[in-house]
Ligand binder design. Structure first.
Ligand SMILES: NC(=O)c1ccc[n+]([C@@H]2O[C@H](COP(=O)([O-])OP(=O)(O)OC[C@H]3O[C@@H](n4cnc5c(N)ncnc54)[C@H](OP(=O)(O)O)[C@@H]3O)[C@@H](O)[C@H]2O)c1
Length: 232
C-alpha cells in the first residue's frame, strides 16, 4: 500500500502503518456515500482484498476484538484466524473476539463460539442472566439492567489483559463507544463505490453533538483509501 500522509511512502506495510495501536480503535469499512453494508447487507463486497489486508493487520495488532451482537446475528462472523506470517509477527495465537450483548440472544452453536482457537468472550449485563442457565462461553458481566461499557472495558483490561482493543462494529456498538468517549481512533477504509440510499447503513448513529476528528494518516491500496482519525 502507498502512504500519502503524513510522509509519503511508495511501499508501506499495514502492520507498520497501524502499529501504534491506542487503547481503543474502531476499524470499519464504508462506501464513499457512507454505507457500512454492501447490497447484500454484509461487508465483504466493500473494500475487497486491500481492505482485508488492513483488517487482518488491525486484528493482529489488537489484544481483543469487540463486535456487537447485531453483527454476530448476521451469522457471518467466524472465529479469529491468523496467517502464519501474522502469527509470527504477533508472536502468538489470535486475539479473542469479544461479543457485546445485553440480551445473550445469540446462537452459541456458531463456530465463533465452538471452534475459536482463542475462546470468544461475551460481555453482558446481570439482567441477561436472570432466570436462565449461563451460556457455555466465558462471560464478562458489567452492569445491572444494561451493559456498563466503561466497566466492561475496564474488566477486559484488568481481568483478561486486553489492553489494546479493536472494535469492528457494527454501527450501534461503535456509536455507543464514541458517545461515551471511549474510542481513541477511527480507522476508516473508504471503498471506491457508491451504494445509493436503498442499501445504505450509516457508519454512525445519533450523536449528541458534532465530534471533530483529527486526521493522522492517509494510505491507499487498490483504490481503497485508508483514513486514520484521532477522536481525542
Ligand atoms: N462495514 C463494517 O466495517 C461493518 C462492521 C461490522 C458490522 N457491519 C454491519 O453492521 C450490521 C450490524 O450492525 P448493528 O449496528 O445492527 O449492530 P451491532 O453494533 O453489531 O450490535 C448491536 C448490538 O450490540 C448489543 N449491545 C449491547 N450493549 C450495547 C451498547 N451499549 N451499544 C450498542 N450495542 C450494544 C445489543 O445487542 P443485544 O440485543 O444482544 O443487547 C445491540 O443490539 C450488519 O449488517 C453488519 O454487516 C459492518
Amino acid at each position: 500500500m502507498r502512504r500519502l500522509l503524513p510522509e509519503p511512502a511508495a511501499d508501506a506495510d499495514p502492520l507498520d502503518a497501524y502499529a501504534d495501536a491506542p487503547p481503543l480503535r474502531i476499524g470499519m469499512v464504508a462506501s464513499v456515500d457512507g454505507s457500512v453494508t454492501d447490497a447484500e447487507g454484509w461487508t465483504d463486497g466493500l473494500g475487497g482484498d486491500a481492505d482485508f489486508r488492513v483488517f487482518r493487520a488491525l486484528r493482529a495488532l489488537a489484544d481483543g476484538i469487540l463486535v456487537g451482537a447485531g453483527t454476530v446475528r448476521t451469522g457471518r462472523l467466524g472465529p479469529a484466524k491468523l496467517s502464519p506470517a501474522l502469527r509470527a509477527a504477533r508472536g502468538g495465537p489470535p486475539a479473542p473476539i469479544v461479543v457485546v450483548s445485553g440480551t445473550l440472544d445469540l446462537d452459541f452453536a456458531l463456530p465463533l463460539f465452538t471452534a475459536a482457537e482463542t475462546p470468544t468472550l461475551v460481555v453482558t449485563c446481570a439482567a441477561a442472566l436472570r432466570g436462565r442457565t449461563p451460556p457455555p462461553v466465558p462471560l464478562v458481566v458489567a452492569g445491572g439492567d444494561r451493559i456498563d461499557l466503561p466497566a466492561a472495558l475496564a474488566a477486559l483490561r484488568a481481568d483478561h489483559g486486553l489492553d489494546r482493543l479493536l472494535c469492528e462494529g457494527g454501527p450501534a456498538l461503535a456509536t455507543s463507544l464514541i458517545r461515551l468517549g471511549l474510542a481513541d481512533e477511527l480507522c476508516l477504509s473508504l471503498a471506491p463505490t457508491l451504494l445509493g440510499a436503498a442499501h445504505r447503513t450509516p457508519l454512525v448513529g445519533e450523536l449528541p453533538a458534532e465530534i471533530p476528528l483529527r486526521p493522522s494518516a492517509v494510505l491507499e491500496d487498490d483504490g481503497v483509501l485508508f483514513l486514520r482519525y484521532r477522536l481525542r
